[in-house]
Write a protein that binds this ligand. Structure first.
Ligand SMILES: Nc1ncnc2c1ncn2[C@@H]1O[C@H](COP(=O)(O)OP(=O)(O)OP(=O)(O)O)[C@@H](O)[C@H]1O
Ligand SMILES: [Mg+2]
Length: 394
């Protein structure tokens, strides 16, 4: 109701402004006469337009809605002409021709509205048809719309959305295939060894060795399942940890010490550079350590003996801290750089999945960093690999 009153007020204001144009040219009486015609026209148009807008559903499809607007325009024109003829004492002859012109203008307006409506409805139908196809499972959708208006934007948005859905579905399929593969290989080995044990085909001294093999595979399977569960929880945004003030210098030292036995075994020197001793992050220490473990483990794994791994942290612009794990290893091939953070993505240098690496480490690291509001990326490195990530500073 308030909106209608506002529109009526605006229509009256516009009528006064337009009628005022006549005042300096034909005087005050002309202004009043003009206002007598424009004011009722403006008010009735505002009220009827408001009713049409609020009763759109009752009017029916877009074609009928646009025709109704055109009809409103034609009726207003006819009423305007009638009021003008009456108030200005126009002769019957002139009034007759004015009525003819008004009628013709109304008809032309209706035809124009029908034409525009047909095009609009065709574009709407194109978008609707595409959505129906998507619902039926099609993902190769091209929507041909004629205009460059909001409907064209809508069509482009729908195409982008379908593309995203298709990519997500593909990623999910690949994930399932990779998971099945990673589960299949150890399970097949386990099955063969178990059958061999059952049939007693192994020498007694080899039985112990086979039991060791079973336990290695079972551990690897358990770790893979844990990683998968963790990854799917993180992906679903199921994050229940709290964050606290974490002194990065201490945490880096502690993590590097925990990884030292593995590095020593592989002949790789590992150290934390505490230039960022004062750097502190707002993070969950266990999760942050998990990210660092994954990155350092990768770095050690891909660095030959006598190489080195360095972990650094620094504050950037007072708002964030940047942590880097740099190694002097084989580096990541150009073609793999874009996808190493995807689950199950493994570089070309990998000979297979036999060493128990599933390809989830970086995907988990990315999910954890992003859940903290940071980002992770491969920084440029002249040699070796540099993985960097940011965290909000504390
Ligand atoms: N520091 C690195 N140097 C060279 N290649 C790396 C490095 N870090 C990661 N990569 C490449 O990125 C791939 C993905 O790493 P990610 O940590 O996600 O999986 P993974 O180490 O193979 O398996 P997981 O971490 O599950 O044990 C690796 O297989 C490897 O090809
Ligand atoms: Mg890894």
């Amino acid at each position: 109701m308030r909106r209608t009153a506002q529109r009526v007020g605006a229509a009256l204001l516009a009528a006064t402004a337009v009628a005022a144009i006549a005042w300096p040219v034909y005087g005050r009486q002309a202004f009043l006469d003009c206002l007598k015609i424009l004011a009722p026209l403006g008010v009735s148009t505002a009220v009827v337009a408001e009713v049409l807008a609020s009763q759109r559903a009752w009017l029916g499809g877009l074609r009928r809605q646009l025709s109704a607007v055109a009809l409103l325009g034609a009726v207003q024109l006819a009423v305007g002409v009638a009021l003008f003829a009456n108030l200005m004492f126009v002769s019957r002859h002139d009034a007759f021709f004015m009525a003819l012109i008004a009628g013709y203008a109304g008809l032309v307006g209706l035809a124009a509205a029908a034409l525009v409506a047909r095009r609009v409805v065709a574009d709407v139908d194109a978008v609707r048809g595409a959505l129906v196809k998507v619902g039926e499972g099609s993902r190769d959708v091209q929507i041909a719309v004629a205009g460059g208006d909001e409907l064209a934007t809508l069509a482009a948005d729908v195409e982008t959305m379908v593309d995203k859905v298709a990519r997500a579905e593909r990623a999910r399929r690949e994930l399932v295939a990779a998971v099945s593969h990673d589960l299949r290989t150890p399970v097949t080995t386990l099955q063969l060894v178990a059958e061999g044990l059952e049939d007693g085909i192994f020498e007694p001294e080899r039985t112990r060795e086979k039991l060791g093999l079973i336990s290695t595979h079972v551990r690897a399977l358990g770790a893979l399942i844990d990683d998968l569960l963790e990854f799917s929880r993180l992906e679903a945004g199921d994050v229940h940890w709290s964050t606290e003030h974490v002194q990065l210098g201490e945490l880096l030292e502690e993590t590097v010490e925990a990884m030292r036995p593995q590095a020593d075994r592989d002949g790789v020197a590992v150290r934390a550079e505490i230039a960022g001793e004062t750097a502190a992050a707002q993070a969950n220490p266990e999760q942050l350590q998990r990210v660092l473990f994954n990155l350092i483990q990768n770095a050690i794994r891909h660095t030959p003996a006598d190489g080195s791994v360095v972990v650094r942290a620094e504050s950037v612009a007072g708002r964030a801290v940047e942590v880097e794990v740099a190694d002097t290893g084989e580096g990541i091939a150009e073609g793999d750089r874009d996808r190493v953070f995807e689950p199950f993505a493994q570089g070309a240098s990998r000979s297979g999945r036999s060493d128990g690496a599933a390809g989830l480490g970086l995907a988990i690291a990315r999910a954890i960093v992003e859940a903290h509001g940071g980002r992770i990326w491969l920084a440029d490195a002249p040699a070796g690999t540099r993985v960097r990530f940011t965290l909000p500073s504390s």
